[in-house]
Design a protein around this ligand. Structure first.
Ligand code: HEC
Ligand code: HEC
Ligand code: HEC
Ligand code: HEC
Ligand code: HEC
Ligand code: HEC
Ligand code: HEC
Ligand code: HEC
Length: 498
């Protein structure tokens, strides 16, 4: 009898250790999925089987996308893209002979022949093209047919990046490639594919980043969409809103809440957007009116300083920026008095400076916890970052990230990147509601309280543990798990970064 107890006990212990709390970092065959499947009388299997896994898919395995394209840039050897990248970096992943997708249609065709077939294959493409200036350009100019952008050889079709457009529109391309860090010119090649927060995550998860960042840099149809390529469309705020909206880049929402945006929403159906963007033609300004004056395609031409979306502090009203401030005041002057404009812009400067006091107050609390070893978990107890390091995310030798951090780091990240920079965007764009209720005051207050409450909890726990003589080790779920194990920090090998 005792022997049987011993045996069943061992069996239970084996199952428990082999699966339960060891789940994640054990290479044992019996996984959480198998446990779940057994419990539910279901079976565990790969996510692409087509089977329905009950309980929110809890008994499936994520098996990863089969076909991946090699990464690109300084850290290209560390990550991959889904094949959709060919549309977002067409010069390299579509036009390049190594990746060229080919076609089931063979032969060389004239522009007229393209239209005959494509009127059937993709009728709306032809409808748009026929509406465009490319199909009926001004006097003395040649029609810009399908073949001018896609080539004539159907087996070696091309997808046009900005330099194809540049053959006929050099001025716009020059502007588009200008502006330095933070501009559309760096949206993909520096600020996305060389950023830890992109590289560290699986391609399947971050493929959506390409849609905004790679269109912005590599293509010209972000604001005047294919195949109509209409300046009228680009002059409207909706052309920017597709990318400049949501957390971290609330410009569209802020603009829409302002008098300018409300007037646009109420009255713009009657405005003639074929007219140049100057005060005599428009009652209220749109994004391009303020940021792309006289067709300037460098959207940072009128930016005072590069502040990483507004997450770095600068006084835009400082004496050394006098010239650019005068330029902005003049931009408002078409419709406002210069004193009114200056007062509004100064209110923005002061709101930005004040907003950083709350961030600094929070950082002081968090950095103290770090120094005293009280974060739960400490950086050493998390998965290694994409460089293989265990650095604190919020200090210069780390990098801000949304996962693989402790609760209080994430809260502090949000206070800076989701809230503090939104105050700048709100005040720059005349939002009336957001600086108080939506973002700024109330949200910042809330996050500062959350950070303090968490700090207080960590300190009290550590005091109790000290009195009781408990030596707490961070739980392993901070560094391992089905998702966490897919992090680049675990997958990279020594010497990966050359
Ligand atoms: C004989 C009919 C026919 C003619 C002529 C033709 N196409 Fe196509 N084209 C198709 C069909 C069908 C497809 C989709 C099937 C495929 O690509 O394998 C297609 C696909 C495309 C695509 C999309 C490629 C992709 O990767 O999805 C482009 C771009 C294109 N054609 C451009 C052109 C251009 C430019 C011309 C003229 C130089 C042209 N086509 C002439 C039938 C035609
Ligand atoms: C002024 C340049 C230009 C001209 C002219 C042009 N295209 Fe395109 N086309 C583009 C751009 C830009 C894209 C998007 C490229 C990318 O995704 O990387 C595109 C994409 C496409 C696609 C795939 C897009 C999708 O949404 O599935 C097809 C099909 C296509 N073009 C067909 C045509 C046909 C047919 C014509 C002629 C009626 C034509 N194009 C004329 C610039 C042009
Ligand atoms: C072969 C030369 C050529 C190429 C290549 C070309 N365009 Fe054009 N584009 C023209 C001509 C010509 C016009 C009409 C200008 C005129 O009538 O004065 C035009 C007009 C335009 C306009 C103004 C439309 C309006 O509403 O006033 C836009 C926007 C535009 N092109 C964008 C593009 C983009 C984006 C690309 C690349 C995807 C491109 N073009 C490629 C020749 C070209
Ligand atoms: C296809 C997406 C997309 C569209 C459309 C787009 N942008 Fe952008 N924009 C971006 C991205 C991404 C960045 C950030 C680039 C970086 O940081 O390298 C950016 C950066 C900027 C910046 C500089 C921000 C800074 O912090 O320095 C300005 C200003 C700007 N865009 C204005 C506009 C305006 C105005 C429009 C519309 C007329 C527009 N953008 C349309 C994606 C887009
Ligand atoms: C009334 C003029 C005006 C309008 C309209 C406007 N902006 Fe702005 N925007 C500003 C000012 C002023 C700043 C602060 C610029 C500075 O001093 O660097 C700014 C800042 C920005 C920034 C940050 C740039 C940087 O370098 O930090 C982005 C991005 C931006 N605006 C995008 C947009 C978008 C998108 C729209 C439309 C939804 C829009 N803006 C509408 C005036 C305007
Ligand atoms: C950030 C949004 C945006 C992007 C990206 C963009 N454009 Fe434009 N484009 C505009 C706006 C807005 C206008 C209208 C400007 C005006 O009213 O003077 C315009 C106008 C044009 C015109 C018509 C100029 C005229 O005087 O009629 C051409 C040509 C053009 N763009 C080409 C390009 C090319 C080529 C690229 C890529 C290098 C590009 N655009 C990328 C927003 C954009
Ligand atoms: C909805 C469009 C959109 C998506 C999706 C998007 N971004 Fe952005 N991103 C932007 C815009 C717009 C800016 C510039 C905002 C500003 O300056 O105000 C930006 C700025 C940034 C910056 C700051 C760059 C700088 O120099 O200012 C980084 C880094 C960044 N994005 C990374 C990412 C990553 C990583 C992803 C995917 C996880 C992503 N973005 C997804 C639109 C987008
Ligand atoms: C093309 C015209 C136009 C331009 C340019 C323009 N605005 Fe306005 N703005 C308006 C109109 C119209 C209103 C609504 C006036 C009212 O409330 O009676 C308005 C309202 C405002 C308001 C809120 C109303 C108030 O009385 O407080 C602010 C703030 C504002 N604008 C700031 C600016 C700033 C700053 C600039 C330059 C960066 C600027 N505007 C550029 C047309 C313009």
């Amino acid at each position: 009898m005792p022997r049987i107890f011993l045996l069943t006990g061992c069996l239970f212990a084996y199952l428990w250790l082999g699966t339960g709390w060891q789940y994640g970092y054990s290479q044992e065959k019996r996984t959480f999925q198998e446990e779940m499947a057994a419990l539910r009388g279901d079976k565990a299997g790969p996510d692409d089987s087509g089977d329905v896994y009950h309980g929110g898919g809890l008994s499936a395995y994520y098996t990863g996308h089969k076909e991946l394209f090699p990464g690109k840039g300084k850290y290209g050897q560390l990550f991959n893209f889904l094949p959709m990248v060919r549309w977002y970096d067409p010069d390299y992943y579509y036009n390049n002979a190594t990746f060229r997708p080919g076609s089931t249609v063979v032969g060389q065709y004239t522009g007229q022949e393209c239209i005959v077939c494509h009127t059937v294959a993709n009728p709306q493409v032809v409808v748009q093209w026929k509406k465009s200036r490319h199909s009926s350009p001004g006097e003395g100019k040649e029609v810009v047919g399908c073949e001018k952008c896609h080539g004539t050889d159907h087996e070696k079709l091309l997808m046009p990046p900005y330099n194809t457009c540049g053959e006929c529109h050099p001025q716009q391309v020059t502007g588009h490639r200008d502006g330095g860090r933070g501009s559309h010119a760096h949206a993909y090649h520096l600020d996305l594919i060389e950023e830890g927060c992109y590289i560290e995550k699986p391609a399947e998860e971050v493929s959506a980043c390409l849609t905004c960042h790679a269109i912005a840099e590599n293509r010209c149809d972000g604001c005047h969409t294919r195949h109509e390529f209409s300046a009228i469309e680009a002059r409207r705020p909706t052309s920017c809103g597709v990318c400049h909206s949501g957390p971290e880049q609330y410009e569209y929402e802020m603009y829409m809440q302002s008098y300018h945006g409300m007037i646009y929403q109420g009255e713009a159906h009657g405005w003639d957007f074929s007219q140049p963007l100057v005060a005599k033609n428009y009652k209220a300004p749109t994004c391009a009116y303020c940021h792309m004056q006289q067709g300037e395609h460098n959207v940072r031409k009128f930016s005072t300083a590069y502040t990483y979306m507004g997450t770095s502090l600068v006084d835009r009203g400082a004496p050394r920026y006098r010239e650019i401030r005068d330029w902005w005041v003049k931009a408002c002057q078409g419709c406002h008095s210069s004193r009114f404009a200056r007062d509004q812009l100064e209110a923005m400067d002061e709101a930005v400076k004040l907003s950083f006091t709350k961030y600094r107050e929070a950082m002081a609390i968090v950095v103290d916890l770090l120094k005293e070893g009280l974060l739960d978990p400490m950086p050493k107890d998390l998965a290694p970052d994409w460089m293989g390091r265990h650095n604190f995310s919020l200090l210069p030798d780390g990098y801000t990230r949304k996962y693989n951090v402790s609760e209080i780091e994430r809260l502090t990240y949000e206070l800076l990147v989701d809230i503090t920079d939104a105050i700048y965007k709100a005040k720059a764009h005349g939002a009336v509601y957001s600086p108080i209720y939506g973002y700024w005051e109330w949200a910042q207050d809330r996050w500062l309280i959350k950070i303090k409450a968490e700090a207080s909890r960590l300190r009290r726990l550590s005091e109790i543990e000290e009195r009781l003589g408990i030596k707490h080790e961070a739980y392993s779920f901070w560094s391992h798990g089905e998702y966490t194990d897919m992090y680049l920090g675990w997958r990279r090998k020594e010497g990966d970064i050359r």
